[in-house]
Write a protein that binds this ligand. Structure first.
Ligand code: PA5
Length: 397
């Protein structure tokens, strides 16, 4: 079950005329969306592909202690956030999936290589372009280690590549060496790629993929809610509320809010438009950012995630989860008094189905919202600017 409450504060913060104006644009926005080239993520997920992910994960489990996923941005955040939300905090008996390639920290790399020296591992390198610098450097350093540990034929068994079907260095390497590989299709960009093997394969190790995919499929029913959310966001922007704070009350939803930040930040943030996405984990951040949100610059609106059911921990005459949710309700009311409006998204529990459905809802919302800002939801020209600067300054062979 997922419930959306986007209307609560409309009377106080948003005027009815512009609200109706944006609602009338719905037909145009949906038509523009249907004409976009990069909406391959709206296709049904191929069952054979899912079976292949599951079968290959079994093979990897049989000869490895862990899977090392190398990727950045849209090539890692989706599966990481789902794995985090569905994993355990302690005594995690799940198969270990390690994420690498998101930092150039030598301390991290040195310690990672040291750790990998002592275990058997398989690598899944993921890059649609096949040229991303962080991914390339991490992959090459780990491959060097593999050469010390494994024979050529073992390395061939232990590298799985996910990339474009024709272009890029990774595809060239697959063609040359014959690694097992997956394809990220041309019409699906990184931050919308949760429906591709870039994420389905790393997820196949520990979660029920069928339920997750069922949720993604049913997310399509939330088209009206997704449009409504994008209208509210656009109107918040018009009213000077240009920062959206995604707020989780479960610590393991932290990377989900990171995924949202990328999705909205890269989709909308162009041509001077867009709401800047930030995130908080409560109650922790109430003791830091809470002050600013309550009384600081009134540029913020929020989207809270409420989970109805969780583990039972009794506390006095109540239980800890009810206390957590009472805090959520109270914070929402307090922030409202401080002129900070809040959208509320409630799920009955954190499970594969709800997460899949919510992710699809947000992908539609990010696309509709960008179209309401009249920008292309699917490109990221700004990211290319820094990449070019790095290429110009970094002289590597
Ligand atoms: O959403 C996007 O397109 C980006 O965040 C990319 O996913 C990211 O830059 C990684 O690109 P690639 O998969 O080509 O290595």
């Amino acid at each position: 079950m997922i419930k959306f409450d986007f209307n609560k504060y409309i009377d106080k913060f948003l005027d009815k005329d512009s609200f109706n104006k944006y609602l009338r644009l719905k037909g145009d926005v949906l038509e523009k969306f249907s004409l976009c080239e990069m909406i391959g993520w709206t296709r049904e997920i191929d069952k054979d592909l899912v079976n292949r992910c599951v079968e290959l994960s079994k093979k990897v489990k049989a000869n490895s202690d862990c899977l090392v996923v190398i990727g950045i941005g849209g090539s890692f955040l989706g599966s990481l956030c789902v794995n985090e939300m569905l994993g355990k905090y302690f005594n995690n008996d799940q198969f270990k999936v390690i994420y690498a390639g998101t930092t150039l920290s030598s301390k991290y790399m040195d310690e990672l290589l040291d750790y990998l020296r002592g275990v058997d591992f398989t690598v899944n390198v993921i890059s649609k372009s096949g040229t991303t610098m962080e991914t390339k450097i991490t992959y090459e350093l780990i491959k060097e280690l593999m050469k010390e540990k494994y024979s050529d034929s073992e390395i061939k068994e232990r590298i799985i590549v996910t990339t474009d079907k024709e272009k890029g260095l990774l595809r060239e390497e697959v063609n040359e060496v014959g690694y097992e590989s997956f394809i990220i299709e041309d019409d699906i960009g990184g931050r919308y790629s949760i429906v591709t093997p870039a994420h389905l394969f790393p997820l196949a190790f520990n979660i029920d993929l069928d339920k997750f995919i069922e949720g993604i499929h049913d997310g399509k029913d939330l088209i009206n809610e997704a449009y409504m959310y994008s209208v509210v966001r656009r109107m918040m922007f018009d009213n000077g509320k240009v920062v959206e704070n995604f707020v989780a009350y479960e610590q393991n939803m932290y990377y989900f809010t990171e995924w949202l930040k990328q999705l909205f930040g890269e989709s909308e943030g162009k041509e001077g438009m867009g709401c800047f996405p930030v995130s908080s984990v409560h109650t922790r951040d109430l003791h830091s950012l809470g002050q600013f949100i309550q009384e600081g610059n009134k540029i913020i609106f929020e989207t809270f995630f409420k989970v109805e059911n969780s583990n039972l921990v009794n506390y006095k005459n109540s239980d800890l989860h009810s206390i957590n949710n009472i805090v959520l309700d109270s914070v929402e009311a307090a922030h409202f008094k401080g002129d900070v409006p809040c959208n509320l998204i409630t799920i009955d529990e954190v499970n594969e189905y709800n997460i899949g459905k919510l992710m699809y809802f947000f992908m539609m919302s990010a696309a509709f919202s960008s179209l309401l800002f009249e920008v292309d939801p699917f490109n990221q020209p700004g990211v290319e600017v820094y990449k070019q600067e790095v290429r110009d300054n970094l002289k590597l062979d």
